[in-house]
Design a protein around this ligand. Structure first.
Ligand code: CO
Length: 134
């Protein structure tokens, strides 16, 4: 059912420093920062030939990645995102298989303007997993 790897998201404390590291050291193309208050993050995308890396910096007091950074002070891989053709069909398949969908189970519009869902890390090898309809 899952398709391409859409992105790997890395939580960082300092988005400007992380962007500079990717740009200047790895020679990557880094997009301009984009604030997403409804998700509690500011993001940049590292555009690679075959996928994207998303750098996430906490935005606001209730950022969902603040606690992750408390546990991982140097930052770290926060989630991976796979593409699906039909997010509602994917959700129903996950629920039927006993996997937990986070939140109220309704897709939200993600950083790319497309519907996304998150799956519980305990059900997917300790990795927070995002599904995005493309
Ligand atoms: Co994501």
């Amino acid at each position: 059912m899952i398709g391409r790897l859409n992105h790997v998201a890395i939580a960082v404390r300092d988005l400007a420093a992380a962007s500079a590291r990717y740009r200047d050291t790895l020679g990557a193309h880094v997009t301009a920062p984009q604030a997403l208050p409804e998700h509690g993050v500011t993001v940049v995308f590292i555009e690679l030939p075959n996928t994207k890396i998303e750098l996430l910096e906490p935005l606001g007091d209730a950022s969902p990645i603040a606690r992750f950074l408390d546990k991982n002070p140097d930052g770290g891989i926060h989630h991976i995102c796979y593409e699906v053709e039909d997010i509602l069909a994917a959700r129903d398949r996950m629920l039927a298989a006993g996997a937990r969908v986070l939140g109220d189970g309704q897709p939200k519009i993600g950083a790319h303007g497309k519907p996304v869902l998150f799956l519980h890390p305990k059900d997917f090898c300790g990795t927070l997993t995002e599904l995005e309809q493309v």
